[in-house]
Design a binder for this molecule. Structure first.
Ligand SMILES: NC(=O)OP(=O)(O)O
Length: 316
């Protein structure tokens, strides 16, 4: 093992892979996945030990709708299993896309997707409170129709429409952390804890049992980075920089934020709980537990952000 090598955990939003205005079919998802590879290559070229994690909000919502629409003919799948399903599906897209890019560039480095479980607290009240948006955005009338007919809880999400919400407890730890660590020591690029991790609780006899929730991937990325002793956490999203008064004439973006400033803006309500909020929480927790630096930016801007020419850096 090269002791000087630094570890980075990079988190891709599920909506980087299914984009606004697209149908979201698998060909679009593969193309969007390939569109993030320059960002991954920028980290590989800087010789980091690399862990990639990703969201699954749009994908797990679509799968949930597929399961619901066939429930009269085919046995249903619980939400936790839908998370497992999307973790492997998106992991496969990233793994194969990155392997092909490495082959084309003549770089010999293995890539592996790991089925990864995340422990949540059995007594967390959030296990039964729907708050995490998944799946497509609906117009208000369609959303109301779903609420009445299907008894799903639906909320307005980021002024772009209405989405189904599901419970989303806080992640505590990743079950497979030691395996990820040993793969990193062998210089394998690991895709892990996708979709926030497959949520499990620990039973009295220390066994794991799946639960039907979707964990926030930014929070999982933060604890994954913390527990791996990573130096850098990168959160890739739709915007280039963190902003306050977002989408208003007073919008102000940041090149650099200190923890106390990020905390202050969070408390002032600048970062919504379904978009930038979890990214800022993850950044603060990671830095407080030993991380060196967090970069929040878009996949396109990451190469520049690594050189300090784009994105927002959050530091201690
Ligand atoms: N699981 C999760 O947080 O996914 P998104 O980032 O796509 O919402």
């Amino acid at each position: 093992m090269n002791a000087a090598k630094k570890t980075v955990v990079v988190a891709l939003g599920g909506n980087t892979i299914i984009r606004d205005g697209q149908e979201g079919n698998i060909y679009e998802q593969f193309a969007n996945t390939r569109g993030t590879l320059n960002a991954m290559m920028a980290l590989i070229q800087r010789d980091y030990r690399l862990v990639i994690t990703h969201g699954n909000g749009p994908q797990v919502g679509n799968l949930f709708l597929m399961v619901e629409s066939t429930r009269d003919f085919i046995p249903t799948l619980p939400l936790g299993v839908c998370v497992a399903d999307t973790q492997s599906q998106i992991g496969y897209m990233i793994q194969q896309s990155l392997q092909n890019r490495l082959v084309r560039e003549g770089i010999q480095r293995s890539v592996m997707t790991l089925i990864t479980q995340v422990v949540v607290d059995k007594n967390d009240p959030s296990l039964t409170i729907p708050k995490k948006p998944i799946g497509p955005f609906y117009a208000e009338d369609k959303a109301k129709q779903f609420e009445q007919m299907r008894h799903w809880k639906i909320i307005g999400d980021s002024e772009r429409g209405y989405r189904i919400v599901v419970p989303s407890p806080a992640p505590l730890r990743i079950v497979e952390t030691p395996v990820i660590q040993s793969l990193l020591e062998k210089n394998v690029i690991v895709i892990a804890a996708g979709g926030g991790g497959i949520p499990v609780v620990i039973e009295e006899d220390r066994t794991y049992e799946g639960v039907d929730v979707v964990v926030e991937k930014d929070l999982t990325a933060g604890i994954l980075a913390r527990d791996l002793g990573a130096q850098l956490l990168v959160i890739l999203t739709k915007v280039e920089k963190v902003a306050i008064n977002f989408n208003t004439p007073q919008e102000t973006t940041f090149d650099r934020l200190q923890i106390h400033e990020a905390m202050q803006y969070l408390e002032q309500g600048h970062f919504p709980s379904t978009t930038m909020g979890p990214k800022i929480w993850a950044a603060i927790d990671f830095l407080k537990s030993g991380g060196e630096e967090v970069i929040i930016t878009s996949a396109k801007k990451l190469p520049d952000a690594l050189d300090g020419k784009a994105g927002t850096r959050i530091v201690k």
